[in-house]
Design a binder for this molecule. Structure first.
Ligand SMILES: Cc1cc2nc3c(=O)[nH]c(=O)nc-3n(C[C@H](O)[C@H](O)[C@H](O)COP(=O)(O)OP(=O)(O)OC[C@H]3O[C@@H](n4cnc5c(N)ncnc54)[C@H](O)[C@@H]3O)c2cc1C
Length: 417
């Protein structure tokens, strides 16, 4: 018989940057004790920490200072060691730069371990270093989960298990007339290049070496970062993008001063005044894009259309940087039927407060999903430019506006929802 853990308010499935976000937001806002008193169980086989971040072999798209900002409001002595660690000091030195993600990731690991300590020390809470294997919604309004060898019952599940490439990305129709289906044998996802826990298939690496040509598909930070890695390995890179390349600017004045064309309403975040706050390239990806646009520089840039098909045919390998959907454990309705999450072009569908939407269009207040692959849409609570049609993800947002939005949702009594 598996051990039964009962009477928890929240089961956090995944304690990476997103899962820890609402807890960090609660600690920042002086509401941590209130949250923990309700009863939390944190489950993650890797333990609370930086999730995928320590493994990305690229630099951050955010400034070093953005990762550290949460520390200003975290007063508990458990954070002193994090604050004073030599690598945190190193990150602080890089406050105005785009630091390497492994350095950021190790900082987030330490921050996560400190949060884990606080949660584990609370009599109503527990931390399990185990995977959530399945979840069932019960008739009596709870979630019943299998976590390692244990059975856990809680009122709500927070699903933040990270992301995986979108289903069918190898055969995706990028736009009418431009499909990967005929080339699927030579397609791999950008995460195979970027994430040090993975590697592209050996035959694709050989094909890139033989032909010297590789296509990257997509226009995001990951696409340009993958292109940069391939370029530094000496390959000839073509980047195929669907929408115009967008750059981030800290203010409209700066964008004007540099002659960057933007829509004064649609491209500006009303909360921060920044241009392309969510959709614009930053850091090394931005620099590479600017060099490419200005000089006809190191990367061949093609908008999805005629010559793009030829480029796909000629390439030794195609790296798809076409986004993520959420990793979710199998979920059952009370009648035992399988709950299938709704998927859109931008990932797993969730409401503005993170309720997971199923393929029937029903939003589930007992299942709160967010993080990589399940970003929140642009909304007044989290800011962002109206023209941004993808989903908001990012560590600063987890610690601040998204974390607070999810925290408010978690603390809203069921009768008010
Ligand atoms: C290449 C890349 C670069 C990025 N760069 C930046 C950046 O510079 N700045 C920024 O702010 N954001 C960045 N992001 C976006 C985002 O902030 C990160 O992806 C962040 O790691 C997302 O956090 P997460 O918790 O959603 O997922 P993850 O970091 O993947 O964490 C998921 C957690 O869930 C756990 N888990 C998995 N399966 C289970 C299970 N069955 N049961 C329990 N737990 C489980 C994992 O062990 C892990 O700890 C980047 C994203 C990518 C893909």
């Amino acid at each position: 018989m598996p051990t039964l853990r009962n009477n928890y308010e929240y089961l956090f499935c995944g304690a990476g940057p997103a899962g820890l976000g609402p807890i960090i937001a609660a600690a920042r806002l002086g509401r941590l004790e209130y949250l923990l008193d309700k009863g939390i169980i944190l489950a993650d086989p890797a333990g609370p920490g930086g999730g995928g971040m320590p493994h990305y072999r690229i630099s951050a798209n955010s400034l070093g200072g953005a990762f550290l900002e949460c520390l200003d409001d975290l007063q508990n002595p458990v954070f002193t060691a994090v604050r004073e660690h030599p690598e945190t000091r190193r990150l602080r030195e890089l406050s105005a730069e785009h630091p390497p993600l492994p350095l950021v990731g190790r900082f987030l690991d330490r921050l996560g371990a400190a949060i884990g300590e606080l949660v584990a020390a609370h009599p109503r809470c527990a931390v399990l270093r185990a995977p959530v294997e399945r979840i069932r919604l019960t008739e009596d309004g709870l979630v019943d989960a299998q976590v390692g060898g244990e059975q856990v019952r809680a009122r709500r599940a927070v699903l933040a298990l990270g992301g995986r490439p979108m289903d069918g990305y190898r055969r995706a129709e990028v736009r009418p007339g431009l499909s990967l289906a005929a080339h699927q044998h030579k397609v791999c996802h950008a995460e195979a290049l970027i994430d040090d826990r993975q590697a592209p298939p050996a035959e694709l690496l050989a094909a890139i070496r033989d032909t010297g040509r590789v296509v990257v598909l997509g226009g995001s930070h990951s696409a340009w970062a993958a292109a940069g890695l391939l370029l530094s390995d000496g390959h000839q890179v073509t980047l195929i993008h669907r929408t115009p390349v967008q750059l981030y600017y800290p203010s409209a004045e700066q964008a004007h001063a540099e002659g960057y064309p933007f829509d004064p309403v649609a491209d500006i975040c009303s909360m921060s005044g920044r241009v392309n706050r969510y959709g614009g390239l930053r850091g090394a990806a931005r620099d590479l894009a600017i060099r490419t646009l200005r000089d006809g520089g190191p990367i061949r840039l093609l908008q999805a259309g005629g010559p793009a098909n030829e480029a796909l045919a000629e390439a030794g390998a195609i790296v798809a940087a076409t986004g993520y959907q959420a990793i979710l454990p199998p979920i059952e309705y009370p009648d035992g039927g399988e709950l299938l999450p709704a998927l859109s072009e931008t990932g797993t569908v969730v409401t503005g407060t993170g309720h997971l939407v199923d393929s029937r269009g029903t939003a589930h207040p007992r299942l709160i999903a967010f993080g990589l692959g399940a970003g929140l849409a642009v909304a007044p609570e989290i800011g962002g430019e109206p023209s941004f049609t993808r989903r908001a993800v990012g560590i600063w947002l987890y610690h601040h506006d998204i974390g607070r939005t999810i925290l408010d949702e978690l603390l809203t009594p069921a009768e008010v929802r």
